[in-house]
Design a protein around this ligand. Structure first.
Ligand code: GLU
Length: 401
């Protein structure tokens, strides 16, 4: 075997914990193990039929060739139209790009805006891929501590303290993966003002915008603070609100210079997002999220089952999420306790215990920057949520001092 070194960049990153747990739960299920999978942030609902039909029609019509790297013009225009209608925000086609999923959009943003040593501020807890994507672009993640008791919020003063001459951007993901926290508009306005004042980008990840239980529409950051529009790179996609995780369609809207740089990166790396998936996406954006009401009702019921379940477990606290489909309980009271195969020392051990003993897959909190928590996605059938919660409660009871 050759001993050829891998890149230094790759040496800085680790496997995605969300992807790893999801793969593990799926493999165990395939072996016939009755695992309840709270791992993946992937809705259990089917992609709406009208979206599938549009993609099938595109396949039949021979739309199977390369498209422009930044996406088909109709889809970019439909994205502008949807922001105009839903948010009252104007974007031009050259201020939009279609990427192969929201994750790809974020990756390309970091590649487009970061030089070696540039800093990106990321509030804790964060989605596992933000820091590693920053590292892959040569940047340095700088973490902002948040207050769990106050629903993982923070003050703009704490944020400002982290800004240095090397800061290029901050990532704001609301509703948040993994906490489900929704940041208030007043705080968001102050953050955007600060970004304008300090001349830095806000990477506004609104992939969960439609998954919210407040009963009120969540507005896009450039609507909340229009004066900051050119500092905001709006990232989104269809994976969550249309249950299209495998289609890999995401987007960015914002500064045409950044979009143009991302477009070059796509031309030189992936080329276009899958041609017929883009036609499915076109149907989705043109029709909108009229289907989502029953999905939200189901998610809310599942969230409440978990919140009630964790409230009954002694010592465990769980902030009440107002969006996305995750709960992020603090299980640090389990640390130091034992079960037949050892002692739980950290969130990885807690997740391993739940998988081994209770046959429940959860993601440890440490890769989200919160070593005292575990993340559960409730994007799975309601009966499974109930069954999984019962198993977790039983596993908690079985731990010994
Ligand atoms: N974003 C989802 C999650 O956190 C999907 C997996 C991933 O891309 O990380 O579970």
């Amino acid at each position: 075997m050759k001993n050829i070194a891998l890149s230094q960049r790759v040496g800085k990153i680790k496997p995605s914990a969300t992807m790893a747990i999801t793969a593990k739960a799926k493999a165990l299920k395939a072996e016939g193990v009755d695992v309840v999978g709270f791992g993946a942030g992937e809705p259990d609902f089917d992609t709406p039929d009208f979206v599938k039909e549009a993609a099938i029609d595109a396949l039949r019509a021979g739309k199977t060739k390369y498209t422009p790297g930044a996406g088909i013009p109709e889809l970019r225009d439909a994205l502008c139209q949807s922001f105009r209608q839903e948010e009252g925000l104007e974007y031009k086609r050259e201020e939009t790009i279609i990427s192969s999923g929201g994750k790809h959009a974020l990756y390309n943003i970091f590649q487009a805006i970061l030089s070696d040593g540039d800093e990106v501020i990321i509030p804790i807890p964060y989605w596992v891929s933000f820091p590693d994507q920053v590292l892959l672009a040569g940047g340095t993640p700088v973490f902002l501590h948040t207050n769990e008791a106050e629903g993982f919020s923070f003050s703009v003063e704490d944020l400002e303290k982290l800004i240095t001459p090397k800061t290029r951007a901050m990532v704001i993901n609301s509703p948040s993966n993994p906490s489900g926290a929704v940041l208030g508009e007043e705080l968001l306005r102050d953050i955007a003002k600060l970004a304008v004042e300090k001349d830095i980008y806000i990477i506004w990840d609104e992939i969960y915008k439609k998954i919210n239980y407040s009963g009120q529409k969540l507005r896009s950051l450039p609507v909340i603070y229009p004066e900051g529009k050119s500092n905001v790179l709006v990232c989104g996609g269809l994976s969550k609100a249309f249950s299209m995780t495998g289609w890999r369609i995401g987007w960015t809207l914002g500064d045409a210079r950044v979009i143009n740089a991302m477009s070059m990166i796509q031309d030189q790396s992936t080329s276009n997002p899958t041609s017929f998936a883009q036609y499915g996406a076109l149907a989705a954006l043109r029709q909108g999220t009229g289907h989502i009401g029953p999905w939200l009702a189901a998610f809310k019921e599942r969230r409440d089952i978990l919140l009630e379940g964790f409230a009954r477990i002694e010592g465990v606290s769980c902030a009440r999420p107002e969006g996305a489909f995750y709960v992020f309980p603090n299980i640090s009271c389990w640390f130091g306790k034992r079960w037949e195969k050892g002692v739980i020392k950290d969130s990885h051990d807690a997740a391993a215990y739940l998988l081994d003993y209770a046959k429940v897959a959860v993601v440890p909190g440490e890769p989200f920057g919160s070593p005292e928590n575990i993340r559960l996605s409730y994007a799975l059938a309601t009966d499974d949520v109930r069954k999984g919660m019962e198993r977790i409660a039983e596993a908690a009871r079985a731990l010994r001092p």
